[in-house]
Structures are given as C-alpha cells and as structure tokens.
Design a protein around this ligand. Structure first.
Ligand code: SAH
Ligand code: SF4
Length: 395
C-alpha cells in the first residue's frame, strides 16, 4: 500500500478458510501455484510442467474437479484433491433485465456479498466486476459509498467473478473443439463495487490471470480499470497491469470535486492530471476515459465543459469523455441532468475534438446501472443525514 494512502484505508483481505484446511488454487499467480504444489508433495523438477497443466485445466477449460484433469496420473489427481480445491464465489441470485443485462449477487467468505453485472452489446459483452465489498471512499453520488462494511476481495474472488460469468454464459471451450473467436464475455471493466486501486495487489494478480494467454486470455486492451484518483497507484497500474484506465473525474474545480469525489482533498485535480498525463506512454495504451456523471445544477454547465477541455488540453492527455447520466438510488442527494443539458454538454466537448459518448443506462430496472450497486443484505448503512452532510447538502 502506498505510504500516502488515507487513513480511511482500514480494510484487509481475509483469506478464505476452507474445509479441512485445503488451499484454493484459484487466484494464485503461476509462481504461487508452483510453490503450493511443491509444498504439498509435487517433486520440484515436475512442478513447472504440472503448474502449466493445472493452470490450463482451471483457466482454459474451466474444470473445477481434479478427477477430470485427465492428463495427470490418477494417484496424482487424488493427491491434489486431498490438498486443494478450485473454488469460485457462489451465485446467490441472478436477475435478467428486460435489456438483457444480467446482475449476479455472489456470496464470498464471511457471508459477504458482491454484485457483478454482465452487459451484452452488439459487438462485445462486458463484465463489470467488483474489487471490494463496499468502498472506503464516500463519493456523495455513489450508492456503494453509502455502504459501511468494507473488505478487500481476494484475487480468487476477483478472477472468480469472471469464471462465474463464463459458467453462466456457458462459455468454457470443450477440449479438442475448434477455437471459437466470438466471445460472449469479451471485455472486463473494474467498475463495480469498490476502489480497485485500494486493493492493488489482488486486482493486479486477478487481471494477470485473466490476461494469461494459456487461460482466459483477454487482451489487456479489453480490460478497463476505473479509479476515483488514487494518484500514487496510477503509475503502478501502467507498469504492473497495463490495462486501459478510466478516471472518475466528475468535476472541473477542486471546490466541487472535493465534495463529489472526496479523495480529491488528498490528491487534487492538478496532481491527478499530472499522473494521467504519463499513463498512456508507460502503459503503451491509447486514450484515457474521463468519466463524468451528469448532476443537475452541480457540474453540468457550459463553463464546466469548457474547463474540462482546458484541463485535458493543458496536459495534452489523449482522452475520451464518457458522460454518465446520474443513476438515482433511494436517498440520493442529486438529480440527473436533463437530456438536453447532457446533449449540449456533449456537443461542446465533441466540437473541441474529443469523443463524448453518453453512456447508455443499462439494467436500470434491476438496479444494475453504474453506481447503483450495493448489497441489499449488507444491513449496515449510513443514514440519509450522514449522506447529505457528506455531500455538503445539510439543510
Ligand atoms: N471506485 C471506482 C470504480 C467503481 S464506480 C471509481 O470510482 O472509479 C464506476 C463508475 O460509476 C465511476 O465513474 C463512478 O463515479 C460512477 N458512478 C458512481 N455512482 C454513480 C451513479 N449513481 N450514477 C452514475 N454513475 C455513478
Ligand atoms: Fe467508491 Fe467509486 Fe463509489 Fe467513489 S464512486 S464511493 S470510489 S465505488
């Protein structure tokens, strides 16, 4: 963790206690998998080959039962089953929206729950995954930020969400069958619950597994990490993950951003822009996505649009600006900007030479839209008064 991280960062990863002390192989890096095998009796000189074989069974073919790992000797399969499990989060409920969006509620260790959303589109299928239960940050427009209880997800629980969705979409290939290039699950966005850069190592390890060519094999250009602006971790994201970056920008002055995205009090707009400016080069990726939630009368005036462009131009950042119509949730202290206002804002940005797509709201009928995620069963929540006070709206 960065030495500069705010003290609100009091979450930790609680490793799953498995039955009979077995070790879960999901979420281990290749090196960790190799070590685990050696520790439980695999001869060292075989360990590299066994790691490759088991890795492929788990991540390429989606196999969870050692008995099905047919290129391993039977006694060895039995030995693996004695020491290990291949375990992913359990699906508690699955809702399908009228637009085809699927929302899963998954149970993880400790009885916690996280939400995962699958969004099918014509040319792609995007899985929106969570990195924490709740979020330690308290962005005033975000439902997840009102949830008190927080813990970091393990790497297994993060990559396990992808495996769970592949199960549900029935997308694991059959050994020997020709490779199907059209994928239902083609993209991942880390835009579910939680701040991914406050759980850096687990997110990194999970995404490395998702990118591994001998497994799930998603290109790093099909993975987008969204952060509220944990500045010291942005350079690390470029170096150690190399995926695409989205930034929850949402305001063009520190005064307003301090309220909407309180991490701005720690790292302000200028510091953030400087970190963003070096991202594309270091990660060798293309444009950065600026996410901008449209809040009626708060951040949606013409002058905000002009200021936003000015910030991006001043730092010469290759950018696309994704305008997100605010999704309401019970007790939310804001209103969505009108469609005309959003269009006018988008036009200013577009005329300045930047793509300015307006995010289509998906899965609203099942509360699966951006910022609406919050496990209903996590009873602990802040009061409406507290939310309003944090939003600076206490009347
Ligand atoms: N913690 C990360 C990722 C999760 S949020 C982050 O903040 O970037 C994913 C996106 O949804 C962010 O841009 C977030 O600001 C936005 N969002 C949160 N609440 C929202 C709401 N009620 N309506 C629309 N977008 C919202
Ligand atoms: Fe956390 Fe992101 Fe929501 Fe802010 S917008 S509270 S960082 S999940």
């Amino acid at each position: 963790m960065s030495p500069n991280a705010p003290i609100t960062q009091d979450v930790m990863t609680i490793p799953r206690k498995l039955p009979e002390g077995k070790v879960n192989l999901v979420g281990l890096t290749r090196d960790q998998l190799r070590e685990a095998l050696i520790e439980h009796g695999t001869p060292e000189k075989q360990a590299k080959m066994r790691t490759g074989q088991i890795w492929q069974w788990i991540y390429q073919w989606g196999v969870r039962d050692f008995a099905e790992m047919t290129n391993l000797a039977k006694p060895y399969r039995a030995q693996l089953a004695e020491n290990f499990v291949v375990e992913i989060p359990e699906v508690v409920t699955r809702q399908v929206s009228e637009d085809g969006t699927r929302k899963y509620l998954c149970r993880i260790a400790g009885g916690h729950e996280v939400e995962v959303v699958y969004i099918p589109e014509e040319d792609r299928g995007t899985l929106c995954i969570s990195s924490q239960v709740g979020c330690t940050l308290t962005c005033s427009f975000c439902h997840t930020g009102t949830q008190k209880l927080v813990r970091n997800l393990t790497a297994a629980e993060i990559v396990g969400q992808v495996m769970m969705a592949r199960d549900d979409l029935d997308e694991w290939p059959t050994p020997g069958a020709p490779k199907d290039e059209t994928r239902l699950l083609s993209n991942i966005v880390l835009m579910g619950m939680g701040e991914p850069l406050y759980n850096f190592e687990n997110v990194r390890d999970a995404m490395k597994i998702a990118m591994d060519p001998e497994g799930i094999s998603l290109s790093r250009r099909r993975i987008t990490l969204s952060t509220s602006g944990v500045v010291p971790e942005i350079a690390r994201t470029a170096e150690e993950i190399g995926c695409l970056l989205a930034i929850s920008f949402h305001a063009t002055t520190d005064e307003v951003r301090d309220v909407l995205v309180p991490i701005n009090k720690r790292w302000n707009i200028e510091e953030l822009l400087q970190a963003l400016a070096s991202y594309p080069k270091v990660s060798n990726s293309e444009r950065i996505t600026f996410e901008y939630v449209m809040l009626d009368g708060v951040n949606d005036r013409d002058e905000d649009a002009h200021r936003l462009i000015e910030h991006i131009k001043r730092h010469n950042i290759p950018a696309k600006i994704n305008l997100i119509p605010f999704n309401e949730w019970p007790g939310a202290p804001y209103k969505r900007s009108s469609n005309n206002r959003i269009r006018a804002f988008a036009n200013i940005i577009y005329n300045a030479g930047y793509a300015s797509p307006i995010r289509k709201t998906r899965g609203e009928d099942i509360m699966a839209a951006c910022g609406q995620l919050k496990s209903a069963t996590e009873r602990a929540r802040k009061s409406r008064k507290q939310i309003e006070a944090e939003a600076g709206l206490n009347r």
